[in-house]
Design a protein. Structure first.
Length: 183
C-alpha cells in the first residue's frame, strides 16, 4: 500500500490503515511531544490526542506538506496548549535534535567549549515562556517565523523579535555560566 493510498483508506475510516499510519508515526511524534513536555504520560496523551485529531480532520489534509509535517504541527500545537494550560516548564532537550546555532550565518553564536549541552538545556529552561516557545520552535524544531506565528498566534515580527531577545538572554545565561556564576 502506497503512503497516499494509506491516507485515502484512513479517510474512509479503514481501521487497519489507521493503525498502519499510527505505527509509522507514533514513535517520532512521541519524541517531538517529549521535547516539550516533562512527563512521559503527558507526551503519550498528546500523541494520542494528535492522532485522534488528525484522523478526525484528515479530510483537511491536502498534501501540500508531508503527512508527517502536518501531524508534527498538530503534536507541537497540542503540546504547547498543554503547557499553557498547566503553565509548565519545558523539558530538557534531546541531544540529537539540539541545533543551537548555525555558525556560518551567525558567528556571534559560537559557544565556548566549556559550555556543555546540559548548560544549554538549563539556560533554555530559564528563559521567559514567550522567548522559550519561540527559541524551542525555531532552534530545536526548525520552524520558520511564518510557521511560528501561526502556531503561537503572534505576528512574524513578534516571532523574530522574541527569537532575537531570547537569543540575547540565552547568551547572557551561557556567559554567566562560563564565568563561573550559577543560574
Amino acid at each position: 500500500m502506497f503512503h497516499i493510498d494509506i491516507i485515502e483508506q484512513c479517510k474512509k475510516n479503514n481501521r487497519k490503515a489507521q493503525m498502519q499510519l499510527y505505527n509509522q508515526y507514533c514513535d517520532g511524534m512521541y519524541i517531538v511531544a517529549k521535547r516539550f513536555l516533562k512527563d512521559a504520560a503527558d507526551a503519550e496523551d498528546v500523541v494520542q490526542e494528535a492522532f485522534i485529531n488528525a484522523f478526525t480532520k484528515l479530510h483537511q489534509y491536502n498534501a501540500e506538506v508531508t503527512f508527517g509535517a502536518w501531524l508534527k504541527r498538530i503534536v507541537v500545537n497540542k503540546s504547547i496548549d498543554l503547557i499553557k494550560a498547566r503553565k509548565a516548564d519545558f523539558v530538557a532537550l534531546d541531544e540529537v535534535h539540539l541545533k543551537v546555532v548555525d555558525t556560518e550565518k551567525d558567528s556571534k553564536w559560537l559557544v565556548d567549549e566549556a559550555i556543555t549541552l546540559s548548560d544549554v538545556k538549563t539556560a533554555i529552561e530559564k528563559l521567559p515562556d514567550k522567548y522559550q516557545y519561540v527559541v524551542m520552535l525555531f532552534l530545536v524544531e526548525g520552524y520558520d517565523h511564518q510557521e511560528i506565528s501561526e502556531i503561537l498566534g503572534i505576528s512574524q515580527v513578534a516571532s523574530r523579535t522574541q527569537l532575537s531577545r531570547g537569543k540575547v538572554k540565552l547568551q547572557e545565561l551561557l556567559k554567566l555560566k562560563k564565568n563561573g556564576a550559577r543560574y
